[in-house]
Write a protein that binds this ligand. Structure first.
Ligand SMILES: [Zn+2]
Length: 296
């Protein structure tokens, strides 16, 4: 298994994760046009060779753009800029590249707005144009989403370069009584207990290409940004270890060779959370017997 680290598109952040032993990086774009910040004298070619970018995450947006349902700051333009960047990386490395993005509106909302057909056409056009890019739609927990509308859309379009990203933290939040996380960072008290992690695996198993490995721990403050959202797996917590093992087994069962660790970091220049999660994954793999006691 290769461990991919999620990182900002900044040399210092990326190099910290490389130095901690990641096998590649998924870069999080804040703006699809933002340029990589390189130290003086450091050439972009040399940098890209050093850091092995395997995936790009398109930006998130708070405002809904009714022209397109993929979350980008500038609707279709943002998506196009992101996929163009993925294409450049793909050509530079001479291999396929992942593009991870969120759906902004549920299928139901899009049908009501009369834009679902446009969304599908737009996606199909780009999937056709960029056959070297795997577009992976991520599950979200916001607004009145069908929690796995991404799976529905991917199965409906049925293209060889359209897949899902299963975000473990979002899946955990989707089943939590207090975890309905809105874009505004509020928590709505809706109950999705039936959306278990097992169901998420079942729904995604035929269409999943990428996993965001992270945890959700509500310690009374909810799951908002900087709180229990994207937290680490505590090696001393039975539930956390059990969740992590389930995620790793799911990845194995669908033949994934890479897994993207997307935990919250307190210090991006010393990514201890990434390191701890990666080391726990390795320890679990090397000595699953010892951790068997954690499995419910
Ligand atoms: Zn994610």
């Amino acid at each position: 298994m290769k461990y991919i680290a999620k990182s900002a598109f900044k040399q210092s952040n990326i190099m910290d994760k490389i130095n901690k032993g990641c096998d590649g990086v998924e870069i999080q774009l804040l703006n699809p046009e933002n340029e990589i910040c390189l130290e003086k004298g450091y050439k972009i070619e040399k940098f890209l060779k050093d850091c092995n970018i395997v995936s790009i995450h398109t930006p998130l947006v708070a405002e809904t753009d009714n022209n397109f349902n993929i979350e980008t700051p500038c609707g279709k333009d943002g998506f196009i800029k992101s996929i163009e960047l993925a294409d450049k990386f793909s050509q530079f490395y001479g291999r396929r590249m992942n593009l991870v993005c969120h759906m902004d509106l549920s299928i139901k909302q899009q049908i009501e707005l009369g834009i679902y057909e446009q969304t599908k056409e737009f996606l199909l056009e780009n999937l056709e144009k960029y056959k070297n890019i795997d577009v992976n739609l991520e599950n979200v927990t916001i607004r009145d989403m069908g929690v796995y509308d991404n799976v529905v859309l991917v199965k409906e379009l049925n293209k060889e370069n359209l897949w899902t990203t299963l975000d473990i933290c979002h899946a955990l939040m989707a089943q939590s009584a207090t975890g309905h996380f809105t874009c505004e960072g509020k928590y709505e008290n809706e109950y999705y207990e039936y959306e278990t992690l097992e169901k998420a695996f079942e729904k995604n198993k035929d269409v999943c290409k990428w996993i965001h490995l992270n945890n959700a721990t509500n310690e009374g403050e909810g799951y908002g940004v900087g709180k229990g959202h994207g937290s680490i797996f505590n090696p001393n917590n039975v539930n956390d270890v059990s969740t992590l093992l389930k995620a790793l087994r799911f990845a194995d069962s669908i033949g994934l060779e890479e897994i993207c660790i997307e935990v919250r970091e307190d210090n991006y220049l010393d990514s201890q959370n990434f390191l701890q999660t990666m080391n726990l994954c390795k320890a679990l793999r090397n000595n699953e017997k010892e951790f068997k006691k954690f499995i419910a």
